[in-house]
Ligand binder design. Structure first.
Ligand code: ATP
Ligand code: MG
Length: 463
């Protein structure tokens, strides 16, 4: 982060300068355990813990001041009504300063693939200059400002993931850091329960392109009608991506290798360049095209983007991590999260892998609202259609998968099985897995199925 005087920080957040405050702030953190000398400690009241209880720890670890909702305490206090909103104001002030220089900011949103695309783009832009694009999913009112604050005067590219759980959220994130390039990947059914309809999701995601200036670039997925339909909502130049022949940046001749990694020809700006992705699943083609288009908008050549895409690897955990066990069982850990689109993408990827038997160990998909039961049943049917030989539905929320699979011809209790929990799934799999099996593990975040994937890989201790 760029070093700021406490007075500058106070001005940015709209707080009075504390008497004792002449220090310089060189970092910002919310976690008292991560505080280092020179940090501003931001006290946030979460569901389980209240950061205000850790002011003493932060002081002991070298924090120079605290952003808090109440005066007093062991550190010079910058007192505000809402510390998360104040963190956003601080990031906005820093971003405005950096944007005056030659920083290029890219914002990425969509229902699925934001982190995957950010990770690809971060590596692509990293080949062209100093880039801030932290691994993980820092896409909300806390994560995005922290990402912005990680940039400094040397940073040339800043890649921001932008998530939304409602209308107005992305507009708020864009007010913290207005992107020069805005990427919209897709409109699916993630958080459909909160939004109510896919059209409302499109309304919310499109706030990203509404925030762009005339000089900016909107990168829109031509293959998703709701995303392509956002073009009239922006003043910026529009670049479309996709498989369709009319897309400005497109993939031709897509093939998958034995590990479900895509190869294709990147067609952009009248040029054609080969790309061989290292990340797994055909859905990564759409993410790679978005990354390529954003990189070109940020000043890279299509050739350099293609080369860097081919070198890019998975950066964030539990997204299509493919591991072959010593006994010849392959575990595909895609347990980071799940919604109907990402479940289908993962099933399609596994369908392309050579296997004597395909096993899908799937947990519930959260936050789908009233359509949840129907969506689970539909996915159960689709799993069978995608060539799943054994479906293991983990937990009561996922039971509809078995109903759907049975309707598509699976034998309930034999090739489509419901188990109560992770431990039961582990026990069943320990009994039935044989060399040559490919096992997909996936569920919504709240189910924590990455632990099951870890158990499956830890065969010595587990089986
Ligand atoms: N373009 C895509 N289309 C459909 N599914 C995708 C796409 N890209 C990734 N996925 C799937 O979605 C899952 C989540 O991917 P990723 O973490 O990149 O998404 P995200 O949008 O960042 O999610 P979140 O909203 O949880 O932050 C992956 O496990 C993968 O299976
Ligand atoms: Mg994410």
């Amino acid at each position: 982060m760029i070093a700021l005087s406490l007075a500058e920080v106070a001005q940015a957040v709209g707080a009075a300068v504390p008497h004792a405050g002449t220090a310089t702030v060189t970092g910002v953190t919310l976690d008292s355990r991560a505080v280092g000398p020179g940090d501003l400690f931001v006290a946030v009241a979460g569901e389980r813990v209240d950061g205000h209880d850790y002011l003493g720890d932060a002081a002991a670890a070298g924090a120079v001041a605290a952003l808090t909702t109440r005066p007093g305490g062991p550190l010079p206090a910058l007192v505000v009504d809402d510390t998360v909103a104040a963190l956003g104001r601080l990031a906005a002030a820093v971003h405005a300063r950096l944007a005056d220089g030659d920083l290029v900011t890219v914002g990425i949103t969509g229902s699925a693939g934001k982190t995957s695309t950010k990770d690809l783009l971060g590596q692509v832009l990293g080949a062209a200059g100093p880039t801030v694009s932290p691994p993980g999913s820092f896409n909300n009112d806390i994560g995005l400002p922290l990402t912005v604050l990680a940039a400094d005067a040397d940073t040339r590219f800043l890649v921001l993931e932008m998530g939304a759980r409602g209308v107005g959220h992305i507009a708020r994130l864009c007010a913290v850091a207005r992107p020069d390039v805005g990427v919209v990947l897709n409109v699916g059914s993630a958080h459909l329960g909160e939004f109510g309809s896919a059209d409302t999701i499109a309304l919310a995601k499109g706030e990203l392109v509404e925030a762009l200036a005339e000089t900016g670039t909107a990168v829109l997925n031509a293959d998703d009608p709701r995303v392509a339909g956002m073009a009239p909502r922006t003043r910026a130049r529009v670049v479309t991506t996709g498989r369709s022949a009319g897309a400005d940046v497109r993939a031709a001749d897509v093939t998958l290798d034995e590990a479900a990694r895509a190869r294709f020809t990147l067609v952009a700006g009248g040029e054609r360049h080969p790309v061989a992705l290292q990340v797994v699943g055909e859905h990564q083609v759409a993410n790679a095209l978005a990354a390529a288009a954003a990189a070109v908008a940020a000043g890279m050549t299509p050739a350099a983007a293609a080369t860097a895409l081919s070198a890019a690897t998975a950066r964030s955990r539990w997204r299509m991590e493919v591991t072959r066990r010593a006994d010849g069982v392959t575990v595909v850990n895609d347990a980071y999260n799940a919604n109907p689109e990402s479940m289908r993408a993962a099933l399609a990827a596994v369908a392309g892998m050579p296997a004597t038997r395909r096993v899908a160990v799937l947990g519930g998909m959260a936050e789908l609202g009233p359509t949840a039961d129907a969506e689970h049943e539909r996915l159960g049917r689709d799993a069978v259609a995608a060539g799943v030989d054994l479906l293991v539905a983990v937990g009561p929320e996922a039971a509809g998968l078995v109903t759907g699979a049975a309707a598509a011809g699976a034998r309930s209790g034999e090739t489509a099985v419901s188990v109560p929990d992770r431990a039961a799934a582990h026990q069943l799999l320990a009994e039935v897995l044989v060399p040559g099996d490919v096992v997909l593990v996936k569920a919504s975040r709240s189910h924590g199925l990455e632990a099951l994937a870890a158990d499956l890989l830890d065969v010595g201790a587990g089986a």
